[in-house]
Unconditional design. Structure first.
Length: 90
């Protein structure tokens, strides 16, 4: 599988899992979910490598890669919701 396709599939899995684990009003479509998952994979890999949990693998899917990507996507969802909440209050 080409590397770019691997990141898109990983992004779709991580983005979907993060939205499933954090229900709420997120009116984003499929492309935003994939982007959320891809950026979440990058963030999750960075967090995982700094905490000694490993990193997101580029060569294949593993439970650790999916979990770290999902963790990163959840962090992004949390930050996004906090920003939107405070922008509405201002």
């Amino acid at each position: 599988m080409p590397l770019w396709l691997h990141w898109i599939v990983l992004g779709l899995i991580a983005g979907t899992l993060s939205k499933y684990l954090m229900p709420g009003r997120d009116p984003a479509g499929c492309l935003i979910t994939v982007a959320l998952g891809i950026v979440g994979a990058l963030l999750g890999g960075w967090i995982g490598s700094h905490l000694g949990w490993g990193n997101v693998s580029e060569t294949g899917f593993s439970i650790r890669s999916i979990a770290l990507a999902t963790l990163g996507a959840i962090v992004l969802l949390l930050v996004g919701r906090v920003v939107v909440h405070f922008r509405r209050r201002a």
